[in-house]
Design a protein around this ligand. Structure first.
Ligand code: GLN
Length: 492
């Protein structure tokens, strides 16, 4: 029988290599065989890097044969979101405007995972320039949820989450500006981590909203996500916003007790709009934390109601500035039909960007324009401070905060595309973490029946996640709590 690596963890890969039960090349080939059967069903990969991956796997096998020590991600098949540069490989940002753009250098996170032995199997689909919550804003078609092909995988890192959920990669890198790692992790039933702002270098991450963008890992277990985070975390001189804060040993602390932890439950996150099935799952998750000896405390984050408006002003303002560079001269696509320079700019951007990206550029330009700047952008910055202060105050009393990740499980493809505001509301519980710059995680918390909305999947089970948030740079506590939650929940 051929090798099935579709449910393997990083430990499984390492154990197989050490015991010589499988070589890195066999694991890599088995992964591409799996991709060949699964990817046509869910459209996760935009670019496959099989030749390069097999060559790297051969290098790992040479190390194994030579008896050299194996680095922490040796031979681990990993997918990278197509907004994170990998030298020499096409990087589209799921946009027509970068459809033929080859990355001239690698992101620091990519360099670090490759130095740690990971095998990049390909670049994965996402919303165009990471703008979206469903992966439907891709110029290369939507990704389908591995649990139900009629539903979205979440977004914007939909391809990263789906690749891990469908067994096409052991782990993945994604980016999170307002929930784009945690929400797809919740919808696809995998683990996704938002590291503290500054914990992971953004060098080589194509900028969407620079003050909110984070790179982070996906895995099938908390331990796997922790292993990848440990590799990519830490100061990078190439990103001036990366922090010189030492990276603790995340793995060593995973099994330390969590008894006595105070977990805040913000009442604003359980108000109107939260689906009753999701609420019930999250409440059962809180019961698991209680059984682990944690104390559940009612808290308030009073500025939550302003967070969506605040986020969609700041994110679009930054996006309109960041995306000015796609002018048909410096990168990627240029219209073949223009009579003047200004027409070339206009047509290139008109033909190159999709509808949602254009909407964001227009919104962002508007909120930054003279006369509106104070009323919108400046005010949003002040509200951002208030949202962040809510968290600092709460963390004087509690060690972590537990909330739903999203108000619903995965919704239908097409269900929210007609109403951008409804789509934006699906980020309600995740954008606050980015506004505050604190770390968060989505960890699987069981499943709920698909809403009975007339599709063929009525009654099918859909995963939902529990979101845990912690103080700046307190990923160690977050991972430890999530790891023990994951273990305990498996038993109940
Ligand atoms: N859905 C949010 C947005 O569209 C968040 C996206 C993200 O985190 N990249 O902006």
């Amino acid at each position: 029988m051929s090798l099935d690596v579709s449910r393997w963890t990083i430990d499984d890969v390492q154990e197989a290599l050490r015991s010589r039960r499988a070589s890195a090349q066999e694991i890599c080939a088995a992964t591409f065989a799996r991709i060949a059967t699964e990817n046509p069903k869910n459209n996760s990969f935009l670019t496959l890097t099989e030749e390069r991956a097999m060559a790297r796997a051969a290098e790992i096998d040479r190390k194994v044969t030579a008896g050299e020590p194996l680095p922490p991600l040796a031979g681990v098949p990993l997918a990278v979101k197509d907004v994170i540069l990998t030298e020499g490989i096409r990087n589209t940002c799921a946009s027509r405007i970068l459809g033929n753009f080859i990355a001239p250098y690698s992101a620091t996170a990519v360099e670090r995972i490759e130095a740690a032995g990971a095998i990049i199997v390909g670049k994965v689909n996402c919303d165009e320039f990471a703008m979206g919550s469903s992966n439907e804003n891709s110029a290369f078609g939507p990704v389908r949820n591995p649990h139900d092909p009629e539903r979205v995988p979440g977004g914007s890192s939909g391809g990263s989450a789906a690749a891990v959920a469908a067994g096409m990669a052991v782990a993945a890198l994604g980016s999170d500006t307002g929930g784009s790692i945690r929400q797809p992790a919740s919808f696809c039933g995998v683990v996704g981590v938002l590291p503290t702002y500054g914990r992971v270098s953004r060098y080589g991450l194509v900028a969407y909203a620079s003050s909110l963008d984070h790179i982070g890992p996906f895995g099938r277990s908390v331990k796997d996500a922790a292993t990848v985070l440990a590799v990519i975390a830490g100061r990078d001189p190439l990103d001036s916003t990366s922090a010189a804060v030492p990276v603790p040993d995340y793995l060593a602390a995973l099994d330390d007790p969590v008894r006595g932890f105070k977990i805040g439950v913000p009442r604003e996150y359980f108000a109107e709009g939260l689906g009753s099935d999701v609420r019930a799952r999250v409440e059962s998750g809180l019961a698991v934390l209680r059984e682990l000896g944690c104390e559940i405390v009612d808290i308030s984050l009073p500025h939550t109601e302003y967070a969506i408006a605040c986020y969609y002003i700041i994110a679009t303002a930054e996006a309109s500035s960041n995306l000015a560079r796609y002018d048909g001269v410096r990168y990627g696509y240029r219209t073949p039909e223009s009579a003047s320079l200004s027409e070339m700019y206009r047509k290139t951007r008109d033909q190159g960007f999709g509808t949602e990206v254009k909407r964001r550029i227009m919104l962002g330009t508007y909120v930054l324009s003279a006369g509106y700047y104070e009323a919108y952008y400046l005010k949003a910055q002040k509200v951002r401070t208030l949202v962040a202060r809510d968290f600092s105050r709460a963390f004087e009393r509690v060690d972590a905060i537990a909330t739903p990740v999203a108000p619903s499980p995965a919704f239908r493809i097409g269900e929210k595309t007609a109403d951008p505001l409804e789509m934006y509301l699906s980020d309600i519980y995740t954008i606050t973490g980015n506004l505050a710059g604190i770390p968060g995680i989505s960890v699987p918390c069981g499943s709920v029946p698909a809403p009975a909305d007339g599709g063929s999947s009525d009654g099918r089970k859909l995963p939902v996640g529990l979101q845990l948030l912690a103080r700046h740079f307190d990923e160690a506590r977050l991972l430890r709590l999530a790891h023990q939650f994951e273990k305990a929940r498996g038993e109940v």
